[in-house]
Design a protein around this ligand. Structure first.
Ligand code: THU
Length: 135
């Protein structure tokens, strides 16, 4: 998969599949995400809830932690794709934006109401952000 011209549809397909594996018995709100690294790898994740509601983990963070724990040499996120069968477009929450920021996420792709892919530069999603360089 070319990183300069990523196959965004393929990444979104992984996100859609991940949404099908969401564990969301409390909210019944299903989310799937997939991150594409600058090295060309794709990692999916879904939201995972808990009887102690506040412990729910979002799809985006599950995808990003899988990436971060898999290959220490390939931890930069070229883009993240997000899908929910329950709302469109499904944008990442604030906590996930900050989490993705850690790994230099460049682009956010979501699906519009008709399934069209909508792309946003990450810097627009989290302007003036705090990151590793700030420390
Ligand atoms: N959720 C995500 O997985 N990603 C988001 O960006 C927004 C919210 C999940 C968390 C919770 O399991 C459910 O959606 C309802 O908030």
């Amino acid at each position: 998969m070319s990183v300069d011209r990523p196959n965004v549809s393929e990444v979104m397909r992984v996100a859609r599949e991940a949404a099908g594996r969401a564990y969301a018995p409390y909210s019944d709100f299903h989310v799937g995400a997939a991150v594409l690294t600058t090295g060309g790898k794709v990692y999916g994740g879904s939201n995972v809830e808990n009887a102690s509601y506040g412990l729910a983990i979002c799809a985006e963070r599950n995808a990003a932690t899988t990436m971060a724990g898999t290959d220490p040499q390939d931890r930069k996120i070229r883009l993240v794709a997000i899908h929910s069968p329950d709302t469109a477009p499904c944008f990442p929450c604030g906590a996930c934006r900050q989490f993705l920021r850690e790994f230099d996420c460049e682009e956010v792709v979501v699906e519009g109401a008709n399934g069209e892919l909508l792309s946003y530069p990450f810097k627009e999603m989290l302007p003036n952000s705090f990151g590793p360089e700030s420390l």
